[in-house]
Design a protein around this ligand. Structure first.
Ligand code: NAD
Length: 501
């Protein structure tokens, strides 16, 4: 990796940032970070042990009282500075995301745009954090709600949005007066390392923001520490459940957002041309590794299902599969890069086989695709399974790759029943021009984020983001007003004064 991209990886080794200092962690345990398009090692990440994590927690705990007492406008001021730095480094950060994660450059740019939007939203904290006051709660008595920072918070993100997901939480937590620790995904730690460098340049007081690289052990140390007040986790439901249980055991607040299996329902009156374009970006953007990606297309009625299947397969064949940093395709709107690792590729290919064994038709097989120059990468081409039966393993399991399952139902009621019977409830969309169908779907489909003629209904930073059922193990969503409640504690004051004698 070039020095220009990441000054802290001169020796190809990433570092931790604790108490305002860059540290070479005391660990003999390092993991190679790979460019999934080429298989090349681009850095090495330390797998920090508990002692490293405890150092970061101690730094954050020590910094909390002074930071909490810093006036709200001054706290927000650091985020104005960070916003400027993120904007001026947006292209560099986007390339870094593409290099370590494999999504297309336009996707990485959109990811950084959303991260920046969250910083902008958190700059409004002097207004957003205001409490309430009831003058005359009783005779001569006033009631007041103080919305106060809580302490040290930690974030444990997944691999698929290394620049954005931490920003669903971090700016709000810190701007509200808490101190913070991020433990990036060990598969994609470079983007957050560079962002931490930019944060260090903004002059946040030492210990307010800390970065600890690591994996399971570091995450567990954060969850188990009595000095961490709350944890925000985003990743698989298997781990989300463990994090939720651990936080409940240690009495801390938590957000735990998990896996997804998003259904996109196509009604007979849908605008088919637009729908298919939308389905392609939803299903194959980020090689299907978005928690809001389309995974199941539900065609309502035999003719609609047949038409959408035929058009979707034809359009799938046109998707460009390539190293997204290849200059010939880098700025194309719809380029599909690799999946994150050899292990992920093997798992996805195994699930395609499972679908076939269960009786689905493999209408388009992306296995064995050859990408010139990407021989060391982890590519799978667009893959379509038709005649998938609800409740089979390939339908129940989150594939997290460029594989679409197509299900036919006779009615909208039946389509909603398929969605509602599923373990996960992150997102779902309907394509229709009919307000009655759309309203029914909005109300009856049990998913946290609903799209109407929108294939990736990921809310902007000013609105909450989060799923339902097995996709979320807490009642507090990311972003928006909800997350400010998570990062603050309401203290209710009942107050009166007697008249002077
Ligand atoms: P993952 O669960 O494997 O890892 C997520 C994080 O947890 C990483 O930082 C990892 O180091 C840590 N971790 C792994 N095992 C752990 C353990 N046993 N104890 C404590 N920490 C542990 O997820 P991933 O593969 O990195 O990300 C993909 C998943 O994330 C998908 O399931 C996807 O749907 C989900 N996701 C969900 C959302 C959402 O908003 N619901 C958003 C993005 C991604």
């Amino acid at each position: 990796m070039s020095e220009a991209r990441l000054s802290n990886v001169r020796a190809q080794k990433l570092r931790n940032y604790t108490g305002g200092e860059w540290r070479d962690p005391d660990t003999g345990n390092w993991l190679d970070v790979e460019n999934p398009s080429t298989g090349e090692t681009i850095a090495q990440v330390p797998i920090s042990d508990r002692a490293e994590v405890e150092r970061a927690i101690a730094a954050a705990k020590a910094a909390f009282p002074a930071w909490a007492a810093t006036p709200a406008d001054r706290r927000a001021g650091y985020f104005f500075a960070l916003r400027d730095r993120l904007v001026s480094h947006q292209e560099e950060l986007s390339r870094l995301i593409t290099e370590e994660m494999g999504k297309s450059l336009p996707d990485s740019r959109a990811e950084m745009k959303r991260a920046i939007e969250n910083v902008e939203a958190a700059c409004g904290m002097p207004i957003l954090q205001q409490g309430d006051k009831l003058v005359g709660a009783a005779a001569g008595i006033d009631g007041e709600v103080l919305r106060l920072p809580v302490g040290v918070f930690a974030m444990i993100p997944p691999f698929n949005f290394p620049g954005m997901v931490p920003f669903w939480f971090l700016p709000y937590a810190i701007a509200a007066g808490n101190t913070y620790i991020v433990k990036p995904s060990e598969q994609v730690p470079c983007t957050m390392q560079r962002i931490a460098e930019l944060m260090a340049d903004c002059g946040f007081p030492p210990g307010v923001f800390n970065l600890v690289n690591g994996a399971k052990e570091a995450a567990e140390a954060l969850v188990e520490s009595p000095d961490v007040a709350g944890v925000s986790f985003v990743g698989s439901s298997r781990v989300a459940r463990l994090i939720a249980e651990g936080c409940a055991r240690t009495g801390k607040r938590f957000q735990a957002m998990g896996s997804a299996k998003n259904h996109l329902v196509v009604m007979p009156d849908a605008k088919m041309e637009d729908v298919v374009r939308n389905l392609i970006t939803s299903g194959y953007g980020c090689a299907g590794q978005r928690c809001m990606a389309s995974s199941v297309i539900v065609g309502v009625g035999r003719d609609t299902c047949a038409e959408v299947t035929e058009r979707f397969i034809e359009a799938s064949k046109q998707v460009i599969v390539a190293d997204p940093l290849d200059p010939k395709v880098a700025d194309e709107a719809m380029v599909m890069g690799p999946v994150i690792s050899a292990q992920a590729k093997a798992r996805i290919e195994g699930l395609i086989e499972t679908g076939v064994k269960e009786g689905a038709t493999l209408a388009l097989d992306g296995r064995g695709i050859r990408v010139p120059g990407g021989e060391g990468g982890h590519f799978i081409g667009p893959t379509v399974l038709t005649n998938v039966q609800p409740g089979t393993e390939v339908h129940r399991t989150e594939i997290f790759g460029p594989v679409q399952s197509i299900i036919q139902t006779d009615t909208l009621d039946e389509a909603i029943a398929v969605i509602n019977a599923h373990e996960y409830g992150n997102g779902a969309s309907i394509y229709t021009q009919n307000g009655w169908y759309a309203r029914k779907f909005k109300v009856e489909a049990n998913c946290g984020m609903i799209g109407v003629n929108v294939g990736i209904p990921a809310p902007v930073a000013f609105l909450p983001f989060g799923g339902m059922k097995g996709s979320q193990f807490a009642d507090v969503k990311a972003q928006g007003k909800a997350v400010i409640r998570f990062f603050t504690e309401d203290k209710i004051v009942t107050e009166r004064y007697w008249p002077e004698a």
